[in-house]
Design a protein around this ligand. Sequence first.
Ligand code: DAH
Length: 338
Amino acid sequence: MIKEILSIKDLAQDEIKNIRDLKEVQAVRVKYLGKKGILTEKIKALGTISKEDRPEFGRVLNETKIYIENLISRHEESFKAAELDRLLKTQRIDVTLPGCFTPGGHLHPTSIVLEEIIDVFLSLGFRIEDGPEVELDYYNFEALNFPKDHPARDMQDTFYVTDDVVLRTHTSPVQIRVMEKYKPPLKIIVPGKVYRCDADVCHTPMFQQLEGFMVDKAVSMADLKGILEVFAHAIFGPDTPVRLRPSFFPFTEPSAEIDIGCVICKGSGCNVCKQSGWIEILGAGMINPRVFKSVGYDPEVYSGFAFGMGIERITMLKYGIDDIRLFFENDKRFLEQF
Ligand code: DAH
């Protein structure tokens, strides 16, 4: 009996030696140790062995089973390791290869500058309002103290929708809309699109403006100058000189044009500043008492300043861009520079 088991052991050993892959490992395991395996059958038959022989027979049988089990497991491990090795070699990932690159978009240069400007005014306590781009003549002109025959109403400049409705030519009408709605004190900015029938290197039929105004008791020209200086220094640099030059707008009195020292020649004179050393960046002034009257504010009690700037113009000066049309051509060679 014992001899028979030892010969099973030899046979199994030979077979295990010749195993070539994991599949064969499994087959050998089933053949000897499976439910109906050769050794399993022998274990099942233990009961038929005489009582005296049973312990010895059981011990040899058990040792043989453990021996074969270990042998198969060791083979299995080495096949698994070889397989893993093969996979690592054939399916290697080259982590140095460049990944799939989706180029990210970014803000348009006028949006970058607009956001910078808005940030400056928000930090000074202003809040944002907006109004319609298709506007009543009343808000765009009348309530802002534009006389009926003022040149700004000329068909050359204004896109008329009907006799009473225009595409707004500036963001100033939002002053009226806001003042009709709220009581002072007010510190407002209004970024938005405006429209004028005009086109050359400095003008496009649609462009963006940012209006600003402050109304309270005792607001003075000094407040206007202080605020605009903070703005100019934040956008063009802390050493930029700022000056107010007398001007005219129907809705402000007095009115001023705000100039900064030429960003190109730093004041020594060049083509951009027409040899003057100064560049105009925006219009401003103290809100005309007639405007206050049209919204029902008492000009004896309240005063205020207002200003309006062109975003494309500020962007052109900040980045030294010499043709406004570049902003609208969607040429990536231009846009990717910002
Ligand atoms: N609305 C004017 C324009 O488009 C700009 C402007 C000038 C706005 C003076 C103002 C201001 O608020 O006070 O030309």
